[in-house]
Design a protein around this ligand. Sequence first.
Ligand SMILES: [Zn+2]
Length: 304
Amino acid sequence: MRRKAGQPLPRPAAPPKIAKPWSLRSSGNLKILELDAFKKLTWLIHGFSTVPGGVSELGGEKVLNLSFTDWDSPENVLANRKKFQTALGAPKFPLIALKQIHSAVIWPFIAAPKEPCKGDASLTKTPGLLLGVQTADCVPILLVDPKKRAVAAVHAGWRGTLARILEKTVGELHAHFNSNPSDLLAAIGPSIGSCCYEVGAELVIQFSSQFADAADYFDEPRSGEEPNPLQWLNMMPPGHQPPPKNVRLDLPKANRSQLLAAGLREKNIFSSGLCTACHPSLFFSYRKQGPRSGRLLSAIARKL
Ligand SMILES: [Zn+2]
């Protein structure tokens, strides 16, 4: 549902319940979502941003938009980033925010790049570099190797998920820092949930061709009476949308499955379970708000 300009953001009756091992920390008028397992690591800085408390104005509200968008000024975004980084305790760290392209391109960094890099995951062991992922429905994942003190930030929409970006990032952590997957901790941040993420049935085919357990990601099982999605695909003229029969995709679940496949332990994977589209008071959602949505930032760094 699109809002007209000037209309207030729709408010849910009650704010989402943030349950352990997650918590919402207030810093000034910002609220930052954090994971207990990460907070315990004294050398680590991390946080998932939320909507309230920025200098940007959207629908009559002051919001923390952390990415450059058509509707907001670059000055506002930079001021918001400064506020967020200060709240994280990393006001002076260079923020490495990739030009995200829904790919499986992964960048290891030993220093901040001079030009922005195109890609969807970054990793580092260098203290003082803040890795960031910008989202408004896609899945942000932060990875930590407590033994090697390496960190990674991953952006996984359906294309990146299909391209196995998360699984590949675990491989890159091993390749660059000798990280053992069974040591890694993973935080799967707020993203659109299967409750609100209807996709074309052709995605069932695409995911099924890549993942043995793909049927588990789609929550609308097909009965024998319904047409096979493959037949729908074959009947479709090129460039046309699939028939209106849609399915719902659980992206956090698909990414959790990739982490398990990559060798992470179940007890080391933490999903926030928070849907960006269900909770507009806390999260931006492109699906819900359209092009005039803000962007959340999920960030991680080694302290200096
Ligand atoms: Zn939802």
